[in-house]
Design a protein. Structure first.
Length: 315
C-alpha cells in the first residue's frame, strides 16, 4: 500500500474509533464547531450560556428572536407546527441533541459495543438522557417516526424532568401522553402521539438506532447545535446560537420598553400614531430616556439592565 494510503487509513481509524465516545464527539471537536462562543463551557465542550440570560429569555417573543437571527443571516433556526404539552407555558434551556435513525442491526451492534467500552448503561435511548443537567432541553431528531417509533414515554419523561426541570423538543411520536401531562411543568413540543414503543433488539425487531449525541442536528428545517438556547412558545420553537443570546435578549427588552412608552404616550395623546410608528424624532428619544429614568424601578426589565441601556444613549 502507498504510504499516503497508510496515513489516510490511520486517520480514518483514529476518527472512527479514537474520537467517537459512543456517538458523542470529543470536547475538542465540539469547541472547534462552536468557535464564536467565547464564554463558559461544560466539561464536554458544550457552550454554557449563563442562567441569568436564560431567565431573561423567557419574556422574549419568537418574532423578536427571529428578527435578530435573520438580521445576522441565521435563516434556518425556526420550526413550527408542533403538538404541545403545556401550550401556554414557555420552554427555555440549553440544547442537548440526539440523532436517531431507522434501526439497522449491524450499525446498532457496533454502537452497543461503543457503549460497553464507554460504560454506558441500559438501552441506547437512555444514553443522551444520562448527560442532562438542570436547565437543559433534550432535542431529538426522531426522523418523524410514528408507529413503533416512540423512544420517550412517562418513565423517561419523569427522568428528563428530574434532571433538567424542562421538557423536550421531539421530532417524532411520543407515548404515554397522559402520564407526561401529569408531570406538570413538562413543557414540550412533539410531532405526534402513538401508543406503541420502539424496539431495540438487533437480533430481532429493531426500530431505532442512536446515530449521534451532541452533534449538529436537523429538527425539521432548523439546524441545532449543542448548547444552542431553545425558546419554545406559542406553538413554535427557535434555536438561538449561544453567541447571539445576549443580543436577542437585550433587543427584546428594548423593544418591550419602547412599546410600553409608546402605548402610554398614545393613550395620553402626547404623540400621534404616525409619530410613534415611524422613526422617532430626537424629541421623542429624549422623552423616552427621561421616562426610563423616572420609571426605572417599575419596569419589566431589571433596573441594572435599564441603567446599562441608558449609558449608551446620547440624549
Amino acid at each position: 500500500m502507498h504510504r499516503s494510503k497508510y496515513w489516510l487509513t490511520a486517520v480514518l481509524l483514529f476518527w472512527v474509533y479514537g474520537s467517537i465516545h459512543a456517538q458523542q464527539i470529543s470536547r475538542e471537536q465540539l469547541i472547534a464547531l462552536t468557535p464564536e462562543w467565547k464564554g463558559e463551557r461544560f466539561a464536554d465542550g458544550r457552550p454554557k450560556v449563563p442562567d441569568s440570560l436564560l431567565d431573561r429569555m423567557k419574556l422574549v417573543t419568537l418574532e423578536e428572536a427571529w428578527a435578530v437571527l435573520r438580521n445576522e443571516n441565521y435563516k434556518h433556526q425556526y420550526e413550527g407546527e408542533w403538538q404541545t404539552i403545556n401550550p401556554d407555558s414557555v420552554l427555555v434551556g440549553r440544547a442537548v441533541t440526539a440523532i436517531f435513525v431507522p434501526g439497522r442491526p449491524d450499525l446498532h451492534r457496533v454502537i452497543d459495543q461503543f457503549g460497553l467500552r464507554d460504560k454506558r448503561v441500559k438501552a441506547q435511548n437512555s444514553w443522551p438522557i444520562d448527560l442532562l443537567v438542570k436547565r437543559d432541553v433534550y432535542v431529538v431528531d426522531q426522523f418523524d417516526a410514528y408507529e413503533d417509533g416512540p423512544t420517550i414515554g412517562d418513565n423517561l419523561g419523569n427522568s428528563i424532568y428530574a434532571k433538567t426541570g424542562n421538557g423536550i423538543i421531539y421530532d417524532g411520536a411520543i407515548r404515554d401522553i397522559k402520564g407526561l401531562k401529569e408531570i406538570g411543568s413538562f413543557t414540550s413540543f412533539f410531532r405526534s402521539y402513538h401508543p406503541s414503543h420502539h424496539l431495540n433488539n438487533p437480533a430481532g425487531e429493531l426500530n431505532t438506532t442512536l446515530a449521534g449525541i451532541n452533534q449538529p442536528t436537523r429538527i425539521g428545517k432548523a439546524t441545532v447545535m449543542p448548547g444552542d438556547v431553545v425558546l419554545g412558545r406559542d406553538g413554535g420553537v427557535i434555536f438561538i446560537p449561544p453567541q447571539l443570546v445576549q443580543k436577542v435578549v437585550v433587543t427584546s427588552e428594548i423593544v418591550r420598553l419602547r412599546d410600553m412608552f409608546g402605548h402610554e404616550r398614545l393613550r395620553a395623546g402626547t404623540y400621534t400614531p404616525g409619530q410613534i410608528d415611524s422613526r422617532w424624532s430626537d424629541e421623542i428619544e429624549r422623552d423616552f430616556s427621561k421616562w426610563l429614568h423616572d420609571h426605572i424601578n417599575e419596569l419589566p426589565v431589571s433596573s441594572s439592565q435599564v441603567q446599562e441601556f441608558l449609558k449608551g444613549r446620547t440624549w
